[in-house]
Design a protein around this ligand. Structure first.
Ligand code: BDP
Length: 719
């Protein structure tokens, strides 16, 4: 054997791996395709590439195609003139060749952000073109094309038209200016306000690129529990620097507006929305913002909710407050996203009814550039909630969806919970607002009531953790949010599959079992946390772990006992006509189903009904037995997931395999914790034995009740 020079050996052994699989690259991994026949077919179809046009966005397209093709296939040259099997990207304005293909009618149909990927012939040569009316569409098309390669799809005869069903597809960062993240479980805030605007962390680019790759076109960079300081010139300059980075990626920046900012930042005596000096203050502030950020998206507002100031402080309606801000941003085409997550300071008869009661009467009174942002369910991002009754109930107002990607109520960043199934259940539900087929998705995409403006928001799960989201599988929730925001018709399973192929490997013996794990993960979590429609029984304030025993706090509707209503007779919140009658907020056919003890789907049984411990459920088990069964089945399912995961060793990189393995250990432990704590606690009411065959908890209830977590992550600092 030839002796290798010592220096070479030293260099090689100390050289870092080109890409350690630390998750930083998300789903945008362009590693060489190692399936030889797949790679050979692609190489046959791609002789080179060219991007015509030099705008900032098209320069990104160039970079992406170059790194994508070089990474996946090796040296594919950039070419200057058309030859056979070239990939060409550009718009009809930027590219003469594309202009000559006369695609205007097709492109117009696709709108501002839609794209077309087409295999065609030009001057007798076969070309694949990636095109759109505007540059950002070409960028979206580029990511789509590269995804085809990453996931080993055929590309020899393409004719793909795609355009988003929803206009505003935004992330909501609950990031504070001190870089803590409310309900954030993946480190600190990405925004390094102290070093901005001069220091541009490369991560800002990578963040925007990841968003662009899934069609996210907006980001609210500050917490809904807002700090008026962000509106000061000192901070606005920093926001503008971020906006400059995000712009070429098609990502607009938005800010949260603290309603009392005219007082705190402007020195006024009031923030009354009908006061002309207040109105002028906002107009001037907005003008200042647009002078720095000409494409500023607008404001997101949490008002008169959980202690945040709002128009009701001045005896005004939500519409008065929202309209004032809307008037200020309207001349610049800005929007106001006004949140419907409100509930009265004075504890109402049923918190689930609050938002509807406050907002429904205001339908038709909001300005055209306002969206009302509604959480998927009426309480608060619980593991499972029926869809919010506001969907379908305000036909004259664009309602936008707010999903929570950060797993505040589904195990933080230690539980593998694929939330696309949760999102889909809500989107596909039928509100019956205009008869059968009036799905939540059709409400929020504007099609049901003919709204031009439409939106969807996801509360971000992103932070400074190297892999962005803490849990490697939490990346899938960011990914799936973007994909569903673009096209809510996609299935949760197809999104999981493409994500797995891009993020890990195309090997079916990994993809198939893990797709199944993902597909079952949400139901499993619901089962070990809040089965049968239980809700809001988590730890006090930090929301970590089970605490169904929380009672006697300053607000009844922050306690657990308020929601589960367990007593000697049974358990569940009676929201039927004999109870709070919250069901009446739904359209007739839905109200009938939810309101009936017999017809109500069991997944929502205890959400809508108070049910006796000995009543029989569909399974033939009594309620008590079924509750135990669900808790035990959930925990057992986690054990099975662990075992399945362990069989996959060696099929992916060791780093992420081990990481997930450790996290699954935590998840299993916590599933048992939830199970034991809840079953023992509810047993004090049912007085019944844990059914035979189910292992008895090894600790007493008091043990679980004594656990404390003063430094659990994501806690609200101000509470
Ligand atoms: C709750 C969170 C709280 C948020 C609130 C909101 O616990 O931190 O401020 O939602 O959405 O779920 O405003």
């Amino acid at each position: 054997m030839k002796k290798l020079p010592l220096l070479f050996i030293l260099l090689v052994s100390f050289m870092p791996a080109v890409h350690s699989e630390d998750g930083y690259r998300l789903w945008l991994r362009y590693d060489r395709i190692n399936d030889k026949s797949v790679a050979a077919t692609y190489k046959k179809n791609i002789s080179g590439w060219m991007v015509q046009g030099n705008s900032p966005t098209l320069s990104l397209v160039k970079k992406e195609i170059h790194s994508g093709l070089t990474g996946l296939l090796g040296n594919i040259p950039e070419v200057k003139a058309v030859k056979a099997s070239v990939i060409l990207a550009g718009t009809p304005q930027s590219s003469e060749i594309i202009r000559n293909l006369n695609l205007d009618t097709r492109l117009q149909k696709l709108g501002r952000e839609g794209f077309l990927i087409l295999t065609t012939t030009y001057q007798g040569k076969k070309l694949t073109i990636i095109t759109a009316q505007e540059d950002v569409g070409v960028l979206y098309g580029t990511f789509h094309f590269l995804k085809l390669l990453q996931t080993h799809q055929p590309i020899n005869k393409l004719d793909i038209e795609s355009s988003p069903r929803i206009n505003l597809r935004v992330l909501n960062h609950w990031d504070n200016l001190d870089r803590t993240v409310e309900r954030g479980y993946a480190g600190f805030s990405l925004w390094d306000w102290h070093k901005l605007p001069d220091y541009i962390d490369p991560r800002y680019h990578d963040y925007a690129r990841a968003n662009a790759s899934i069609g996210i076109n907006g980001t609210v960079v500050t917490n809904v529990n807002a700090n008026a300081r962000i509106l000061s010139p000192y901070y606005l300059e920093k926001v503008a620097a971020l906006a400059d980075v995000f712009r070429p990626y098609g990502v607009k920046i938005y800010l949260t507006a603290r309603f009392s900012a005219p007082i705190e930042a402007g020195g006024l005596k009031t923030a009354d929305p009908l006061d002309p000096t207040v109105q002028q203050w906002w107009k001037d502030k907005v003008k200042e913002i647009y002078s720095l950020i000409p494409d500023f998206g607008g404001f997101l507002v949490k008002a008169n909710s959980e202690g945040q100031p709002g128009p009701q402080n001045y005896d005004r309606h939500h519409a008065d407050g929202a309209n004032m801000l809307a008037d200020a941003v309207a001349p610049f085409n800005g929007v106001v996203m006004w949140r419907a997550f409100v509930y009265d300071e004075n504890v109402p008869d049923d918190r689930a009814k609050q938002a509807y009661n406050e907002f429904k009467p205001l339908d038709g009174t909001f300005r055209k550039n306002i969206l009302i942002q509604v959480k998927n369910g009426a309480i608060d991002f619980q593991p499972r909630e029926p869809f919010h009754p506001m969907f379908g109930a305000m036909p004259q107002t664009p309602l936008m969806m707010e999903f929570q990607l950060t797993q505040e109520y589904t195990g933080f960043s230690t539980h593998l919970v694929y939330l696309a199934n949760q999102f889909k259940e809500c989107l596909d539900d039928d509100t019956y607002a205009k008869g059968k087929g009036s799905t939540v998705a059709n409400v929020i995409d504007g099609s049901l009531d003919n709204h031009q403006l439409s939106g969807i928001a996801g509360v971000a799960n992103i932070g400074t953790d190297r892999n962005w989201t803490g849990h490697p599988f939490a990346q899938a929730n960011w990914y799936a949010f973007g994909r569903l925001a673009w096209d809510h018709q996609l299935s949760a399973q197809s999104i999981a599959e493409e994500w797995l192929r891009m993020t890990f490997t195309n090997a079916p013996d990994f993809v198939n079992p893990v797709k199944e794990i993902m597909d079952n993960s949400w139901e499993t979590t619901v089962s070990y946390m809040t089965p049968l429609g239980l809700h809001h029984i988590m730890g006090w304030s930090h929301h970590f772990g089970p605490a169904p025993w929380i009672k006697d706090r300053h607000r009844a509707d922050w306690t657990s006992v308020y929601y589960h209503q367990a007593n000697k007779d049974g358990i569940g919140f009676n929201r039927s006509a004999t109870g709070s009658n919250a069901v009446a907020q739904y359209a007739g056919p839905v109200a009938e189903v939810f309101g009936s003890r017999e017809q109500c789907p069991e997944k929502f049984l205890l959400w809508f009904h108070h049910v006796g411990w000995s009543e029989k459920l569909k399974s033939g088990r009594t309620l008590w037995e079924e509750l135990c069964h669900q808790y035990y089945a959930g925990a057992d399912a986690m054990k099975a997931v662990q075992q399945k995961w362990n069989t996959l060793e060696g099929k992916i990189d060791r780093e992420r395999f081990e990481q997930v393995k450790m996290l699954l250990d935590i998840q299993y432990k916590e599933a048992i914790w939830w199970r034991n704590a809840c079953v023992l606690y509810f047993q004090t009411f049912s007085g019944m034995e844990i059914p035979a065959g189910m292992e008895k908890p090894d600790k007493a209830l008091q043990y679980y009740m004594n656990l404390e977590f003063p430094y659990a992550p994501g806690i609200r600092p101000q509470w």
